[in-house]
Design a protein around this ligand. Sequence first.
Ligand SMILES: Cc1cc2nc3c(=O)[nH]c(=O)nc-3n(C[C@H](O)[C@H](O)[C@H](O)COP(=O)(O)OP(=O)(O)OC[C@H]3O[C@@H](n4cnc5c(N)ncnc54)[C@H](O)[C@@H]3O)c2cc1C
Length: 334
Amino acid sequence: MRPFAFSRADSVDHAAHQTAPTAAFVAGGTTLLDLVKLDVMRPTALVDINTLPLKRVERLDDGRLKIGALVTNTDLAHHEEVKAHYPVLSQALLAGASTQLRNMATTAGNVMQRTRCPYYRDPAAACNRRAPGSGCDARDGINRMHAVLGGSTDCVAVHPSDMCVAMAAIGATLTLKGPDGEREVAFGEFHRLPGDTPHIEHDLRDGELITAITLDAPLVPAGSHYLKLRDRASYEFALASCAAQLSLDGELIGEARVALGGVATKPWRCAEAEAALVGQPAEIASFERAAEIALADARPLAHNGFKVTLAKQAIVRALREAARCAGETQEASA
Ligand SMILES: Cc1cc2nc3c(=O)[nH]c(=O)nc-3n(C[C@H](O)[C@H](O)[C@H](O)COP(=O)(O)OP(=O)(O)OC[C@H]3O[C@@H](n4cnc5c(N)ncnc54)[C@H](O)[C@@H]3O)c2cc1C
């Protein structure tokens, strides 16, 4: 392991002035320390942010829910507001990693986690994301786990988060604090598509700290579901996942939100599929049409063609369950 300086931030302002591009914040450490040990990340300074006052979840007057950057994945999944108004987020969090990891992992750390592409995690392999200009061994390598949406010639690595898929469907805003002050970024614009700069993964500037993530007000009356399809039933990343939310207007769909995980280079909101659902009967034929639209631009690689079918099935099943829940909510409020 390479030597690095270690310090503890004693205030948000202090943390937000760690401007060295090679400095990294430590939250739960469950991604960062792995990658440092693998020699994939090489920070010269680690700044522990665990004592900062960023552990609150609070309902705002406008109905949105503000989540502190250091709220753990466990605490968020079991928070009463989340279980009551954003069950899709609770389900997504509980589908991720293991109990022990969720106890350590934080909300901001989850947003910032890196791809699990084995070529990214192996410094001996060519990877434009880790070492710009070195190539992409995944394109012609073993790419069963890789992206069918949002990839480029330079990178086809999947964004691995479950939590982020639910947040993409719900809609959210990140609050960032840096040496130049505070700013907000829409969740959907935070993660970047790889294009020809896959090493630029997100819209966080040097020294900036994520201080909070604020969820949009919940859809009402609505139903939602997170479905994760994977090689084994627990402690495994998604091959395909879907976060779905629907509100009903009688038998018809009022609003729809659909996002995919496990198949794309960033948490993947399916805006065209959502638009096609609005005003349609909440039935399988509508869900299947939406799934076809969502995967219309899929570009499978040699070993991951099955993900196109799997993602479509995830969409149909997640929407079916979301519609069932929305129907129950509608009946209860009639
Ligand atoms: C074995 C294993 C299995 C897993 N399975 C899953 C899974 O199935 N689904 C899933 O979604 N995830 C999974 N994960 C990933 C896990 O969710 C992440 O490791 C975790 O969420 C990262 O959070 P952390 O607080 O530990 O981040 P850290 O490791 O502390 O930090 C990660 C990155 O975020 C940066 N960072 C942290 N906080 C901030 C902040 N406030 N502002 C700016 N930058 C910040 C750090 O500098 C670092 O670059 C798995 C991880 C492991 C090790």
